[in-house]
Ligand binder design. Sequence first.
Ligand code: PAF
Length: 275
Amino acid sequence: MLIARTINDLNSARATLGSAIGFVPTMGALHQGHLALIEAAKANGAKVAASIFVNPTQFGPSEDFTRYPRTEEADLEKLEAAGCHLVWLPDVATMYPPEGATAITLSGPATRWEGVLRPGHFAGVATVVAKLFGQVRPTHAYFGEKDFQQVQVITRMVADLLLPVEIVAIPTIRETDGLALSSRNRFLSPEDRARAPMLYATLRSAAAHIAAGEDVTKTLETACNNLSAANLTPDYFNLVDARSLEPMTIFTAPARILAAAKLGPIRLLDNIAVG
Ligand code: PAF
């Protein structure tokens, strides 16, 4: 596995890989969800590149940038074992040169949900992903559906900026009790970890009720009450159009329920397709 820490190293390594590249951008602290993205890229037959960069611009001032888990050695071992061909590990000065004056601004699917609760988050994500695409020049890029809004934002950005890369969304990988894998799950106390699967259980139940024709507003209200009763504080729990992410009060496919809830010191994010 080739490891590049400078643009020169990246360009030399990239030149050995040929034209078709499947790319998995990450912030490290890798788990089975990331490795499923590597697997999907490998299954597509291309060489596989991953990046590890904890992107400062997607964290708000009161968020956990400094506490975000950094586990480079273990991450490199996992990527090597998974059959990744190239890992790109840029530093902050490479990604954000001091003279930099350009960033991406977003509307559409970035404006609601996480976009409201984490102002600037998606602009940071889109800007860094566009830069990574420019550096790695992948033909395909793989993102997990756990961050469903992120997938829609990046898909929209690629279409709008005419970037020559195909975005591939991969289903969420879960623990056996349903909790979606996330690098931040390690911060859950044992009590909160035991409560956390309630989010996905509630999503499943609400999706089944809505698909069966039950009233959307009432179903979502019951879901929020059930979460609160289990000590999860919902930030949102909404039925949305799966492409625009605009809220719906009457179910029409393709639809998704997007949910975020606070549990102790962390926020759980999850979603489910309806129908
Ligand atoms: O999903 C993530 O880990 C990050 O948002 C990404 C896409 C690597 C950009 O920093």
